[in-house]
Design a protein around this ligand. Structure first.
Ligand code: IPE
Ligand code: IPE
Ligand code: MG
Length: 250
């Protein structure tokens, strides 16, 4: 904890929460048990981010591709999600956490979307942190939807071709208004992005740990942030340019 520099925290942390199934299988348990245990990790990580003063935490909870898992697992994940939202709502509100969601929310079962929309409404004015859940989310779908909306605005003559800059495009994505993630964490040792925030992670620092999501605790998150703080983010410049820039700022 002492090695953590509170003045150099990532503004936005995004996490691919992976390894619930393997956590359970290793213990000869049903995969669903792994998801239940994973929900406890979500609780701990949300709390830690709030305590640290992280502005945005985006959690990849369910991908568009995950719909093709066995129905029994999909149903279990959906009821877990519903239970999580119902259980955590008061605490979120008390801790000034605003809940937002990205993904095809309209495809979630009614029982989940109702609770989700209700929780988003109730926490709308909270300012302490944004907890952004990626649900039925796909990065390619996010980009496609943005393109469709731009075409629509173009046809309505609300936008001209030359107006479409990268910043403008970003504002058509589901993450409009949220800064791009500074740090992307993936648990369970997989070296892939799995259709998560494709556009938004152009310059995100990536941290992969072998730890399975249910075992990922507060100290693991702090370790990831400490490692992030050792990185030199060059954004295409030379190390020397970055050094000069930092000197001028100091
Ligand atoms: C992540 O754990 C949770 C979801 C994708 C919903 P997994 O269920 O993918 O766990 P593994 O990868 O099978 O271990
Ligand atoms: C990514 O995990 C999606 C979520 C964590 C919600 P997966 O387990 O679905 O990813 P793949 O299939 O290993 O790429
Ligand atoms: Mg997985």
């Amino acid at each position: 904890m002492d090695r953590l520099d509170k003045n150099k925290l990532p503004r936005h942390i995004a996490i691919i929460m992976d390894g619930n199934g393997r956590w359970a299988e290793k213990r000869l348990l049903n995969r669903i048990r792994g998801h239940q245990e994973g929900a406890n990790t979500v609780r701990e990580i949300v709390k830690t981010c709030r305590e640290l003063g992280i502005e945005v935490l985006t959690l990849y909870a369910f991908s568009v591709e995950n719909w093709d898992r066995p129905p029994i697992e999909v149903n279990a994940l959906m009821s877990l999600l519903r239970r999580y939202l119902l259980r955590e709502l008061d605490e979120m509100f008390d801790n000034d956490i605003r809940l937002t969601a990205i993904g095809d929310i309209e495809n979630l079962p009614k029982g989940v979307s109702t609770v989700l929309i209700d929780a988003m409404k109730k926490t709308k004015t909270c300012k302490g942190m944004i907890l952004n859940l990626a649900l039925s989310y796909g990065g390619r779908n996010d980009i496609l939807r943005a393109v469709r909306r731009i075409i629509n605005d173009y046809e309505l003559k609300k936008i001209k071709s030359e107006d479409i800059t990268t910043d403008v495009f970003s504002n058509y994505l589901s993450t409009a208004g949220i800064p791009d993630p500074d740090l992307l964490i993936r648990t369970s040792g997989e070296y892939r992005v799995s259709n998560f925030l494709l556009w938004q992670i152009a310059y995100t620092e990536i941290y992969i740990t072998e730890t399975l999501w249910p075992d990922f605790k507060k100290r693991d998150l702090i370790e990831a942030i400490i490692e992030f703080q050792t990185r030199e983010r060059r954004f295409g410049l030379t190390g020397e340019q970055i050094g000069d820039r930092d000197k001028n700022r100091a």
